[in-house]
Design a protein around this ligand. Sequence first.
Ligand SMILES: Nc1ncnc2c1ncn2[C@@H]1O[C@H](COP(=O)(O)OS(=O)(=O)O)[C@@H](OP(=O)(O)O)[C@H]1O
Ligand SMILES: Nc1ncnc2c1ncn2[C@@H]1O[C@H](COP(=O)(O)OP(=O)(O)O)[C@@H](O)[C@H]1O
Length: 206
Amino acid sequence: MTNYFKNNIFWQKYLVTRIKREKKYGHKSIVIWFTGLSGSGKSSIANYLEKILFENDIHTCLLDGDNIRSGLCSDLSFQKLDREENIRRIGEVSKIMLEAGMIILVSVISPYRYQRNMISNILGKKNFLEIFVNTPIDICKDRDPKKLYAKAHAGVISDFTGINDVYEIPERPNLLLDGTDSLKKNSKKLIKILYDNNIISFNKID
Ligand SMILES: Nc1ncnc2c1ncn2[C@@H]1O[C@H](COP(=O)(O)OS(=O)(=O)O)[C@@H](OP(=O)(O)O)[C@H]1O
Ligand SMILES: Nc1ncnc2c1ncn2[C@@H]1O[C@H](COP(=O)(O)OP(=O)(O)O)[C@@H](O)[C@H]1O
């Protein structure tokens, strides 16, 4: 708040509030933040879950690292401080979408614990579910759909997460998913956690 006043900027209240939107949409808003190695299955799970939510009339938006880095964050590298800025921007966009009453699915490596804590601070702990997609790196390397692990091993890519850059495992995620389980099994767990947190009112998928 102090920063706003320091820069002569004043927060403007909106007439259409998050609470009004949630009431109209029939569900709460929240950010579901998928973290994990490249190739762990973040995008696949997020996409599968979003389709289920969408088909059940939930207002959703999916922010995927590759896509965000093609536009909003195309100026950023994979060095630590640029990853921080990437995460900060995605956090701020998510915060805007929370006010728009949506369920936001974010699929980004977000390898640093302090950066994930920053998200929790931007959004507020109760607005954020940290989902750790836990897949052994050897399986990620075998999958390697974009041939990025091969490039990192060949020395073509530097700062590659898990090879020549860190991935700090979440200590207390809201949910740990086994990234080798089926998309359906993992989505069921996610639907359950949304239901248990009173975000959505259904707890079944076909
Ligand atoms: N050096 C390096 N390290 C990790 N990933 C790399 C790198 N270079 C390119 N890519 C591709 O970028 C995707 C990860 O972007 P993110 O925005 O999710 O990364 S981060 O959260 O800022 O760490 C990542 O997507 P996923 O494979 O879906 O995780 C890669 O496609
Ligand atoms: N549960 C799974 N079982 C087998 N393969 C999977 C599974 N989840 C994802 N994959 C495959 O692994 C690769 C990486 O998945 P992706 O969702 O793109 O991971 P990430 O977004 O974490 O980089 C893709 O080729 C995808 O089809």
